[in-house]
Write a protein that binds this ligand. Structure first.
Ligand code: NAD
Length: 335
């Protein structure tokens, strides 16, 4: 396989590129990434000299660039590239529409023109909106996004679906819950809380802290995409979840306990507008049809993640740049 991975310098993409090259040393990967604030080539130092790996810095919204890559014989696309942070989508929605919607359409069009064999679109459970106290999202749950981020992802999902229905493109859409693990940018809940706790800074908690998310260890997400890549049925959507629902407060308490830090570091801040109350995934389809099973329990996954952030402090301290500090201040009102 010769795979074009988009967004391979981000959190999940960089884990996925390493995962695939380890398991399938004969595959080739071309990583197209614009290296926005969220992209970091340091995530990929372990494979940078691998002759089966090529990095191209570029924007998925650029059709000339994207089309030019197909001279290299790409047969498969795994599409991660996106603006991915809900809070940023509230501050600056336009870039989310550009990258997530237009960028996906540019890739789909190139895939169609160059008769790519498989297009995997990595999406999110957030497209389904918010759940009440009971029930889970299935692949049949109607799309009802509530943030500019999830709306832009839902828009891209619908375009991907349309390229299957209209042009017969072999597509899969995966919708996963919140990922955690190594290389996650410290603006997202778990790495943000670990980094702040390690620096004895306040841990900002939105609203009452009782919003619930399902947590999926990033390696388990990669193994699910691996199965979809090889065995996914054309046109199908697959939900991927860790079966680990936790309130934000529970996550923060676990991190503080593991690091031996006091709960007094928690600092309640004004809730995020449109904050979805609960997400929960029913992953029965991918389990029954493709034989996927997550390997990591939350208790061990969170310990491995904390250990990684402890061992790689230089990595996250380097990316906490002046620009990031400014964003953090605007968002939470403290540094
Ligand atoms: P991330 O923000 O860490 O990485 C995104 C990557 O895309 C970065 O390397 C960035 O440089 C690149 N990128 C952004 N705009 C680009 C453009 N215009 N052209 C080329 N590259 C561009 O994101 P992530 O957390 O790794 O998420 C990857 C995918 O998984 C996204 O599509 C996201 O919607 C989806 N997802 C993530 C989660 C999660 O918990 N992180 C959960 C569900 C779904």
């Amino acid at each position: 396989m010769k795979i074009l991975v988009t967004g391979g310098a981000g959190f999940i993409g960089s884990n996925f590129v390493q995962y695939i090259l380890e398991r399938y040393p004969k595959y080739e990967i071309i990583n197209l990434d614009a290296l926005t604030y969220a992209g970091n080539l340091e995530n990929l130092t372990s494979i940078q000299d691998n002759s089966h790996y090529t990095f191209i810095k570029g924007d998925i919204t650029n059709p000339e660039l994207v089309n030019s890559l197909f001279d290299k014989g790409i047969d498969t696309i795994v599409h991660f590239a996106a603006e991915s942070h809900v809070d940023r989508s509230i501050l600056e929605p336009d870039i989310f529409v550009k990258t997530n919607v237009l960028g996906t359409q540019v890739l789909l069009e190139a895939a169609r023109k160059h008769t790519v064999k498989k297009f995997i679109h990595v999406s999110t459970d957030e497209v389904y909106g918010s759940l009440g106290e009971t029930g889970l999202f299935t692949e049949e749950t109607p799309i009802a996004p509530n943030s500019p981020y999830s709306a832009s992802k839902a828009g891209s999902d619908l375009l991907v679906r349309s390229y299957h229905e209209t042009f017969g493109l072999n597509i899969n859409i995966t919708r996963c819950s919140n990922n955690y693990g190594p290389y996650q940018f410290p603006e997202k809940l778990i790495p943000l809380m670990i980094a702040n706790a390690l620096s004895d800074k306040a841990l900002p908690v939105y609203g009452d802290g009782l919003n619930i998310r399902d947590w999926l260890y990033v390696e388990d997400h990669c193994s699910a995409i691996d199965l979809v890549l090889h065995n996914g049925v054309s046109g199908e959507v697959y939900n991927i979840g860790g079966n680990n629902e936790r309130t934000n407060i529970q996550i923060i308490q676990t991190i503080l306990r593991e690091l031996g830090k006091p709960e007094s570091l928690m600092h309640f801040v004004k809730d995020r507008p449109g904050h979805d109350r609960r997400y929960g995934i029913d992953a029965t389809k991918i389990t029954n049809e493709l034989g996927w099973k997550p390997k990591h329990y939350f208790e061990t996954g969170i310990q491995a993640t904390i250990r990684w952030y402890l061992d790689n402090q230089a990595w996250w301290k380097r990316i906490q740049t002046g620009e990031y500090q400014k964003y953090f201040y605007e968002q939470y009102g403290s540094r």
